[in-house]
Structures are given as C-alpha cells and as structure tokens.
Design a protein around this ligand. Structure first.
Ligand code: SF4
Length: 378
C-alpha cells in the first residue's frame, strides 16, 4: 500500500514465527529497496517503508523466495492469525491448520482476525482478534467469539469447524453489513446474540501478565524503541550464534529462542541504543505510531514526542502506559486502553485518560509535555 513516505510492505510471518535466514533476507530487502528501517507492528508483523512502486516485482520475488509470501494474494490478505509465543505444541499445529483452512472461509471484513492462545495462561487477550482459540479453566480447548464471556469446548479435530461456523454466523447475522459491526466485539455489543450451539459455557483460562524484556528459559525477550530499528540491527540479530527462531508478538517485542546470550555478537546487539533487553525500561511503556510526516493521516510527530517523554517517565514508578497517536485511529494500541493517550489533531494534541485514541478526550489542544508532567506529579 502507498503511504506518505513511499510504498509500505507489510510482512506477516506464518504463525508469527520467523527464522534467522528469513530475517536476514527481510533486512536486506529493507536496505536495498526501502528506507533501511524495519518496523514491528501491533499485530506482530514487520513493516518495510519507503519502497518504490518500480521495485514491486523484485520485492515480491524476494519475499516469495524467503517463504514470506503466500502464492495466493487473497489468502495473504486473510492471514490475520496471531499465535502466542508461549503456545504449546497443539497451538502451533492449530495455527497451521487454520492457516490452511483460510481459503475455505467466506469473505470476512479485511481486519477480521484470529488468535491462537492455548498455553496455560492467555497472553493475547488484549490483542485484536475476532475469533479466539483458548483453553478453558479445566485446560480443554475452546473457541470464543471476541467480546463473549464464554466459549465452546472443542477437540483438536473440531476447532477449525467451530471457527468456520462462528464466521458464517457473523456474516449471516449481519456482522459485515451493520454499521459499526465490522468486528465481532462490536457486532455482539450492538445486540447480536450468539446461538447457544456457538456461545458455549466455558470460561477462558486466567490471563498471563505480559512478559517484560529480559532472559527467559530458552532465550531472551527483546524490544526495539517505538517498534522501529534499522535493518543493520536486524542483521546483527539474525546472525547471532545459536539463534533458532524469533516469535513476533502483538506487544512489539520479539521472543528470540536459543542460547543467544552466549553468542560473540550478543553485546553488539544489546548495546545498540534501539534495543531494549532489560525489564523496566520506560520505553516499553510508550506505544507510538509512525505518525507525521511518514503517515499521510498523521497530524503530529509522535516519535519525537515519545523521545521527550522518556526522561519524565523514568522518574515515575510504577511507570504509566502512554499511547501517542498521530490521529484518532490509534494504530499503535488499537485494542487495549492506556493510562495516558495523546492524540494528534490538526490543532495539536488531545488528552485521554485510561482510554483509547478514539475515545472522547478529557481536554483538547494541550501541551503534551506539560500535561504529562502535571499528571505524573499528582
Ligand atoms: S494512528 Fe493515524 S497517524 Fe498513526 S499510523 Fe495510524 S493512521 Fe497513521
């Protein structure tokens, strides 16, 4: 798609997982054809920006060679599947099965998506998805419509069938055509009632707290400031000795698997100022979209403001979550509310507390630094 800074390519790694060769290839594409930067989106995708339409074919051929592109473009557009980086083996297999079934699903709204979150705890509850595969309190697999309190118990063999039925019901009950009902949650909130054969009675398993940057049993969780870094940094990451896989997350961190901290180039990676590798870094509390001047819809420079807010947030414990949005679309944090949301408008920034970018602002045309400082001093 076209953006204010040239063409933008969104790459969705299959089942949210990318291997070192694919990452290396992607970084080379960003350097050769794009602006040399790589972005992590709030849907666990990579975005390459600043590409030229003239290189469209070459870029697609390279992505295909890396197995990062579906041969069927319709399928590519539908592949909105989030997989928990802490899934069990069953979850990974289900994501694959669902991926293969997408071609058989009816035409759904473009952003309609799925989450597979079948570990002991749920990590994707705040991520945008319309149909969720989860575990019940008793550990059984279940399929739940986003926004419904309960879901239907299924077996590994019937999961895909239950998802298909839920999608059919969504369309037949007017989910696609009703105003504001283009997502499952909105559809249910606007009065649509799930039939009992799809609603089920199972409650989903407890929520897991989103893991911060730092070491984990079989690897490391890292973030990049504002979800953006250079292709050079990604090359360093891809070449770490011992790196097996990288799991993308919808909270703009990467779960890198393998004994990477023993690699000779580990220090070179973690000392890069873009990389967040330790917990409690205030940068991880700030979600900022690409904003102006890179996004045509952005009214304000979000990244620059984010940089200025870091020293203010450092002094506050616990650090509040801050969402800086170039407009009220809220791309950087679409699903979950933030303590402070600063929304760019043509007149400056609006102020929202404990809400999302499209919520009604408490105040308009504020000075974002002064307002944040005053809030933190309360
Ligand atoms: S929130 Fe608005 S400005 Fe930011 S990336 Fe989305 S559309 Fe662009």
């Amino acid at each position: 798609m076209e953006a204010a800074d040239g063409w933008l390519v969104r790459v969705r790694p299959k089942s949210g997982r990318i291997d070192p060769t694919q990452l290396e290839g992607l970084a080379t594409i960003a350097q050769t054809y794009g602006n040399g930067l790589m972005h992590l989106s709030s849907r666990g995708n990579f975005q390459l920006r600043g590409l030229s339409q003239a290189h469209h074919r070459q870029v697609l051929a390279k992505l295909k060679a890396l197995n990062l592109l579906d041969p069927n473009p319709h399928l590519e557009a539908r592949r909105n599947i989030l997989l928990s980086p802490f899934e069990d083996r069953i979850g990974a297999a289900l994501a694959e099965e669902l991926n293969a079934h997408l071609i058989h699903l009816p035409a759904l709204p473009p952003k309609f998506g799925f989450s597979v979150d079948t570990g002991t705890y749920r990590y994707l509850a705040a991520a945008s998805a319309d149909v969720r595969v989860e575990r019940s309190h008793s550990g059984a697999l279940m399929v739940r419509a986003d926004g419904a309190p309960t879901g239907l118990i299924v077996s590994p063999k019937t999961v895909v069938e239950a998802i298909h039925d839920l999608c059919l019901w969504f369309l037949e009950s007017g989910g696609r055509s009703s105003a504001g009902g283009k997502r499952m949650r909105q559809h249910l909130a606007s009065g649509a009632t799930l039939p009992s054969r799809l609603a089920g009675k199972a409650e989903p398993s407890p929520l897991g707290s989103l893991p911060d940057a730092g070491p984990i049993t079989d690897g490391w969780i890292i973030g990049v400031s504002w979800g953006q870094t250079s292709a050079t940094v990604m090359h360093t990451l891809a070449r770490l000795d011992g790196l097996k896989h990288i799991y993308m997350t919808p909270w703009r961190k990467m779960v890198i698997k393998g004994p990477v901290h023993r690699a000779k180039t580990w220090t070179a990676l973690i000392t890069n100022p873009d990389i967040i590798h330790q917990p409690h870094d205030p940068r991880t509390q700030i979600a900022a979209c690409i904003g102006a001047p890179y996004c045509a819809e952005g009214f304000q420079d979000t990244r620059n403001l984010a940089l200025q807010l870091v020293p203010l947030l450092k002094a506050k414990s616990p650090t509040p979550t801050v969402h800086i949005s170039g407009c009220n679309k809220g791309c950087a944090a679409p699903a979950s509310p933030s303590t402070i949301t600063l929304v760019g408008t043509e007149h400056g920034f609006d102020w929202i507390e404990n809400g999302r970018a499209h919520d009604l602002p408490l105040r308009t045309q504020i000075d974002p630094l002064e307002a944040t400082l005053a809030y933190l001093d309360k």
